[in-house]
Design a binder for this molecule. Structure first.
Ligand code: RFL
Ligand code: PHB
Length: 390
């Protein structure tokens, strides 16, 4: 089998790239080791930057997002028992974010792909990119016990943090940067109206909490927890009780406990691999970088990588120029590092660290006070939260 671009991974990065390529008439095949149901069962990101929204439109997959997604003009930071609204719209001169679940975005892209009969191979085992240092790369995989090979022009490694693409790069050709945080997030989904119509990021002596949503009838809540916490020790009642304690009184009173239908613990990590291009293999999304979810940047970075990679592939096939492909890694990484910095900063400012000294605590309080009382500081937060320009 032969195609122009093999995409490893059917998450947001792979699906978005596949759809943009298909719309531009560039043949591609997506391989994923998981099943379609498994991929659609994952609950992850919830906040889309305008750039991500624009890419969904360009991929002709944005119509449900516009009818069911919730545009948000601001969010709340709470500390010291009080709410401080960050008016994104006002501070950024008219920008906003869209609250729309990653699961729904994934479903929309999959449906669009199926409608266009573009091939996706699910349950592909032992996927491996080969010969990407030369002009004739290929990818091998095993499906139902039978080995297959796809020859191609380019390989896009969109297979997430634990994927095979980054691991296929020779050790000396890649440099990685990592920071592991000493806590995780325990998250639940519940079929109940959100406690507020906007997101609430809460800094509290008992730890961070986040009130988010998937719709006006479905809530997504998180609390900071120790890394060794066991999910089976967290009954719904215990979760609601702990969340309530971390919110200012008026929100705590408005919180309506209801059964959860998803509950999981995610570790927090910052990670970047440099460069993001190795000959004819290009890494995009979580395959190249991870950010803690505090800044809502993971999915949005996957989208901005795809923006740069698609521009490069389009220029290659339409104009016969490799200038944009050659610039891919540097352009993507410049934006990635700014989001890594922002996510690290939000995480540091909003969480309780086990080794926080009295001095560190006072600095955190001063930072929050400054942030919420200085227009310049609030503007910097808002500008990063809505997404830096591509
Ligand atoms: P994905 O979504 O991980 O997709 C990778 C795909 O590759 C497949 N795969 C392989 N396929 C073939 N062969 C292999 N060897 C393979 N190994 C893996 C996988 O099955 C999968 O289908 O990466 P992508 O596309 O780069 O997208 C990135 C986003 O998913 C990620 O950044 C965000 O979800 C991160 N994230 C959040 N981001 C936000 O912007 N806001 C959030 O609120 C937010 N919350 C989260 C998150 C990530 C989480 N986890 C568990 C990683 C909450 C959680 C819990
Ligand atoms: C979510 O809705 O899952 C969500 C929203 C904002 C974040 C992280 C997660 O910063």
């Amino acid at each position: 089998m032969r195609t122009q671009v093999v995409i490893i991974g059917s998450g947001p990065a792979g699906l978005l790239l596949g759809q943009l390529l298909t719309e531009a008439g560039i043949d591609n095949v997506i391989l994923d080791r998981a099943s379609k149901d498994h991929i659609l069962g994952r609950v992850r990101a919830g906040v889309l930057e305008e750039g991500t929204v624009g890419l969904m439109d360009r991929a002709k997959a944005g119509s449900r997002m516009h009818s069911e997604g919730l545009p948000h003009n601001g969010f709340s930071l709470t500390f010291d028992g009080r709410d401080h609204r960050i008016d994104l719209h006002e501070l950024t001169g008219g920008k906003r974010v869209m609250v729309y679940g990653q699961t729904e975005l994934t479903r929309d892209l999959m449906e669009r792909r199926e409608a266009g009969n573009a091939p996706t191979i699910y349950d592909a085992d032992d996927t491996c990119p080969h010969d990407f240092g030369g002009d004739r790369p290929h990818v091998t995989y095993v499906k139902d016990g039978i080995s297959h090979r796809i020859d191609c022009d380019f390989i896009a490694g969109c297979d997430g943090f634990h994927g095979t693409s980054r691991k296929a790069v020779p050790e000396g050709a890649i440099k990685t940067f990592e920071k592991i945080y000493p806590f995780g997030w325990l998250g639940i989904l519940s079929e109940v109206a959100p406690v507020s119509h906007e997101l609430i990021y809460a800094n509290h002596p008992r730890g961070f909490a986040l009130c988010s949503m998937r719709s006006m009838t479905r809530s997504r809540y998180y609390i900071q927890c120790p890394l060794d916490e066991k999910i089976e020790d967290w009954s719904d009642d215990r979760f609601w009780d702990e969340l309530r304690r971390r919110l200012p009184a008026h929100h705590a009173e408005a919180l309506k406990p209801a059964p959860s239908f998803e509950k999981s613990i995610a570790p927090l990590r910052s990670f970047v691999a440099e460069p993001m291009r190795f000959g004819r293999l290009f890494l995009a999304g979580d395959a190249a970088h991870i950010v803690p979810p505090t800044g809502a940047k993971g999915l949005n970075l996957a989208a901005s990588d795809v923006h740069y990679l698609f521009a490069g592939l389009l220029e290659h096939y339409r104009d016969g120029s490799d200038a944009a492909l050659d610039a891919y890694s540097a352009r993507a990484l410049a934006r990635v590092w700014k989001a890594v910095r922002f996510s690290w900063w939000m995480t540091t400012m909003m969480h309780r660290f086990p080794d926080t000294s009295d001095f560190d605590q006072k600095i955190q309080e001063a930072e929050l006070d400054y942030l919420t009382h200085s227009k310049a500081a609030s503007t910097a937060l808002a500008e990063n939260y809505v997404g830096l320009p591509y």
